[in-house]
Design a protein around this ligand. Structure first.
Ligand code: GLV
Ligand code: MN
Ligand code: MN
Length: 395
């Protein structure tokens, strides 16, 4: 399974993945998912928000009994690694295979979810599929989100067989899920055992800064006559690092659009995206406020304007304690750790008990081509997930 998914959307030069929702490589991943599901006689379902599910209804089971959901996502950040998302989906299929090999007969349905646009790499809002499903984003706002080519979520969803008028919370589907356990590659170096369990997800969000100045000639415009938005932007980037240090948070500017982007032209505008996260809401809010202040000062000094818009914000998520303890117990006592990464399990936590199982990442690198997990650790992850599913779905 892993080998068949590995070439999909991989850049042959960098080894990084680009699997943006509803682009060709991501559609190939979806086809792969449906194929793996059918190969196992799982019942496939695509919900009205574009999320995919594969359900195992053991014979004779009452289908109205709430199921145990596992899975993750198949999309990637630009230039991402192979493991972030797909490891959870592949491990879910492999865990079901193990349970069947062992002749386990669950008393509850077991489902595998592949959530749409988890990274928010195409439409800007992370975990868009699970946000829509759980009611964490207004469907009208989601419809209007645009990708880098200016195409709306509504338009692209419609092209892919989703009726944009029916996106949004799906109580019927949520009512069929008793709990969600997502397996994921660990994205830092905190986990030194093969497998661990998540305690919480730190508060995190995304903000867009728009700097507008005056486009002009790079050779003929005197320094005193310029209104260069790049200079205010540069101040903002440096301020992000300083504010993060002061507030013991992290702040990253990883995406920027310069218009028009000519070597010999002073830009007319710069759009920049800030990602900030930290242990507590206040510290993250303060970080962003300080960066905004610096951006405003930079804008004032250079005769440009700056607008700030919050694109998403997720407060701290403390995973359900009972479920977490049960998972840790089933695994015979494994480390419990917080994470600075966002996940669908964090979004769905508002609607059902959720938990996460992490697989060790020896270098801690993630969202980059060198993201890695040892095969033995991945197999330990599959074994752990099978154990957890066995515990939650039987008896
Ligand atoms: C998703 O991986 C995120 O934490 O941004
Ligand atoms: Mn990710
Ligand atoms: Mn992920």
């Amino acid at each position: 399974m892993w080998a068949s998914l590995l070439p999909v959307g991989r850049d042959p030069e960098s080894g990084g993945y680009r699997r943006f929702v509803w682009t060709a490589p991501e559609l190939e991943c979806r086809a792969w998912f449906l194929d793996e599901a059918r190969r196992r006689d799982l019942e496939v379902e695509r919900d009205r928000n574009g999320n995919l599910f594969a359900w195992w209804y053991p014979e004779g089971i009452d289908p109205s009994v709430k199921g145990v959901l596992t899975g993750s996502h198949l999309d990637s950040v630009p230039g991402g690694g192979a493991f972030d998302g797909p490891l959870g989906v592949v491990s879910a299929f492999a865990a079901i295979d193990l349970l069947r090999e062992r002749r386990v007969r669950p008393d509850r349905p077991i489902g595998i979810g592949a959530f749409a646009e988890e990274e928010g790499a195409r439409f800007g809002v992370a975990c868009l599929g699970s946000r829509l499903l759980s009611g964490a984003i207004d469907p009208g706002r989601a419809r209007g989100l645009t990708d880098g080519d200016g195409r709306s979520f509504a338009e692209v969803a419609a092209e892919n067989g989703i009726d944009p008028d029916t996106i949004g919370p799906d109580e019927e589907l949520l009512g069929r899920i008793g709990c969600y356990v997502e397996l994921h590659v660990e994205q830092g170096r905190a986990l030194t055992d093969p497998v661990g369990v998540a305690s919480s997800i730190v508060p995190h969000g995304r903000w867009r800064f728009d700097f507008a100045g005056e486009g002009n000639h790079a050779g003929t415009t005197r320094l005193a006559d310029r209104r260069d938005p790049m200079l205010a932007f540069a101040r903002m980037v440096l301020a992000a690092r300083e504010a993060a240090e002061r507030n013991e948070t992290v702040a990253t500017v990883g995406k920027v659009h310069v218009t028009p982007g000519g070597v010999n032209a002073i830009p007319s505008s710069v759009a920049a995206w800030l990602d900030s996260r930290g242990p507590v809401d206040d510290a993250v809010r303060r970080t962003v406020a300080e960066i905004h202040e610096a951006a405003r000062a930079g804008a004032g000094a250079h005769g440009v304007t700056v607008d700030l818009a919050e694109e998403s914000y997720t407060e701290v998520v403390d995973f359900n304690l009972d479920l977490r303890d049960r998972v840790v117990k089933a695994l015979g006592g494994v480390p419990v750790l917080p994470t600075g990464a966002g996940h669908d399990a964090g979004i769905l936590a508002s609607r059902m008990p959720t938990a996460m199982v992490f697989v060790r990442n020896p270098t801690g690198v993630s969202h980059a081509p060198s993201e890695f997990a040892e095969e033995d650790d991945c197999l330990a992850g599959v074994e752990a997930l099978a154990t957890v599913l066995n515990d939650l779905a039987c008896g």
